[in-house]
Design a protein around this ligand. Structure first.
Ligand code: GLA
Length: 388
């Protein structure tokens, strides 16, 4: 699948620009085992890069022109490398402009030609946008020798999202896309960016994604609202507990004690955050002990919190989780990513995967008249230069 993508992009590049591209870059989407909506709350997350990629074919040029071709949507955008960059109407272009904006003025920057294409489904909560941002930053770094570290690439991707896309996201997606390792999940401390890897070996179980095909169009406003609510909540907690700097320092008791002052909505948000931060630590523990039943139970708790307290799920995703939670072959399931649509992630017995897909697809179709899209993913390496 990866090879086919590379071949197609390379061929299309030759068609567009009449020569072979100098570099091929693959930048993956991501999953997250647990730790949702806590990356911007100083928590921990447990993501991994997956074998779905945005592929870039790139070469520098000498005429200062930047030409970007989006193969999948037949999109094309051109500008000069020294132009003053501002967000534009074509959303896909902003992922590029936001990254370049941060690198303009660097020694060595010249014009470039790019063709890109993706097997990361868009709007499915698999971070296709982070894959584009980080892959493009990686490509610029490769072409012009900026000497950027992986961490810098991830941070540039995140900032681009804030400034040119308008989602005030945390660092999880970009970090996972850049730092992913084959068959390893990343335990990331979102406060310090310290991280370590844990073996993603679930023995008789597999991770299965079920794409609701509900595009998360409300994500931007819903996401930014949540950020505001937890910020307000944290300010109240800080007033009462001077020792509190971040949610990391908060206990459930503290949140319960100031419930009234927080108000019901902000209370629910803060309560979720504090519990989710702890759940990730418990999940890592369970993973290390290969206690997958506990891991699965924690995933279900996360889902209920995201649905009832953080209120970022939707009817379709709730349905997908409820459809599997009492299945004997399933240990856990939950909505994944920012929410308001996208995928669920389910820990299911390997030999029961196909049966589960068949059953849930049928039930989902009956209820919502939508064809479910299942993804059997593998955990893969982060953004990388492709060599034959
Ligand atoms: C989106 C954001 C991430 C993270 C998740 C929720 O994917 O980009 O930073 O906050 O939502 O965990």
């Amino acid at each position: 699948m990866k090879k086919k993508l590379v071949k197609q992009v390379t061929a299309f590049y030759k068609e567009c620009f009449g020569e072979k591209p100098q570099h091929i870059i693959l930048s993956p989407g991501r999953i997250n085992i647990i730790g949702e909506h806590v990356d911007y709350n100083d928590g921990y997350v447990l993501p991994a890069a997956i074998n779905k990629y945005v592929c870039f074919a790139v070469s520098p040029n000498e005429d200062g022109k930047c030409a970007i071709v989006a193969r999948d949507i037949d999109g094309h955008y051109e500008f000069n490398v020294n132009d003053e960059l501002k967000p534009v109407d074509k959303m896909w272009v902003n992922y590029f402009l936001g990254v370049l904006h941060q690198l303009q003025g660097r020694d060595g920057l010249r014009g470039f030609n790019i063709v890109f294409s993706s097997t990361v489904p868009m709007g499915a909560g698999l971070s296709s946008s982070a894959a584009v941002e980080c892959g493009f930053a990686f490509a610029l770094n490769e072409m012009f020798g900026f000497g950027l570290s992986k961490e810098e690439i991830a941070l540039i991707g995140q900032k681009s999202e804030h400034t040119f896309v308008g989602v005030n996201c945390g660092i999880m997606d970009q970090f996972a896309s850049v730092f992913g390792k084959k068959n390893q999940v990343i335990k990331l401390d979102c406060n310090t960016l310290e991280h370590n890897y844990h073996k993603a070996d679930f023995k008789d179980y597999a991770l299965l994604l079920l794409d609701s095909r509900v595009k998360h169009t409300h994500l931007t406003s819903g996401y930014n609202d949540r950020r505001r609510e937890v910020e307000e909540g944290l300010a109240v907690l800080k007033q009462h507990y001077p020792q509190v700097n971040t949610f990391r320092d908060c206990t459930e008791e503290m949140v319960l004690a100031v419930r009234e002052e927080l108000g019901e909505v902000n209370f629910k948000r803060c309560h979720f955050v504090v519990k989710e931060i702890q759940r990730v630590l418990d999940a890592v523990d369970a993973l290390e002990k290969q206690d997958f039943a506990t891991l699965g139970a924690l995933m279900l708790e996360t889902h209920d919190g995201l649905s009832d307290d953080y209120e970022v799920s939707c009817a379709e995703i709730d349905f997908l989780v409820d459809a599997v939670r009492n299945d004997d072959n399933v240990l856990g399931s939950r909505m994944m990513g920012g929410g308001f649509g996208g995928c669920s992630i389910t820990l299911v017995k390997k030999d029961a995967v196909d049966g589960l897909i068949e059953r849930v697809s049928r039930e989902y179709k009956e209820k919502f008249h939508i064809a479910l899209e299942p993804y059997k993913i593998k955990i893969a390496k982060g953004t990388t230069l492709y060599t034959e």
